[in-house]
Design a protein around this ligand. Structure first.
Ligand code: HEC
Length: 110
């Protein structure tokens, strides 16, 4: 293999890795799209079977609640199973990002 081919292949690999990284770097708006169906487009709705409007919570409360849905089977109300499924694919970093996004954009005083 000549040096030109090696450089071309290396460039392709780096290019592919950059694209993969961009896809992984999810922002709050992208993550929040998955929540809209139940929580409303501004987190302003009481989700089906739930009792709280997420937009009234502080960023810290949202983070804590989401992390507990991940780690504590007892956390939440009678619909906790639906949130356990939601948080499963999210990393702690994703949770912080989406919680900050909700608080920053949609917070409503109780
Ligand atoms: C399938 C519907 C559904 C989806 C999608 C969903 N949720 Fe929920 N969410 C609920 C329900 C129902 C509850 C109440 C669960 C319980 O009884 O503990 C809840 C509870 C919560 C709570 C606890 C406090 C509150 O507002 O009731 C937070 C915070 C929350 N969801 C955030 C999110 C975020 C962020 C996403 C997107 C990553 C999301 N939810 C996606 C249905 C959903």
């Amino acid at each position: 293999m000549n040096i030109g081919k090696i450089i071309t292949i290396a460039a392709l690999i780096i290019g592919a890795a950059t694209v993969a990284n961009a896809a992984n770097a999810t922002d709050g708006a992208t993550i929040f799209k998955r929540c809209v169906v139940c929580h409303g487009k501004s987190a302003e709705k009481v989700p089906p079977g739930g009792s709280i409007v997420s937009a009234t919570l502080s960023a810290e409360e949202i983070k804590k609640s989401l992390k507990l849905y991940k780690t504590d089977k007892e956390h939440g109300g009678k619909m906790k199973a639906s949130m356990q499924i939601q948080v499963k694919p999210l990393s702690d970093e994703d949770i912080d990002t989406v919680a900050d996004y909700i608080f920053k954009n949609f917070h409503i005083e109780k």
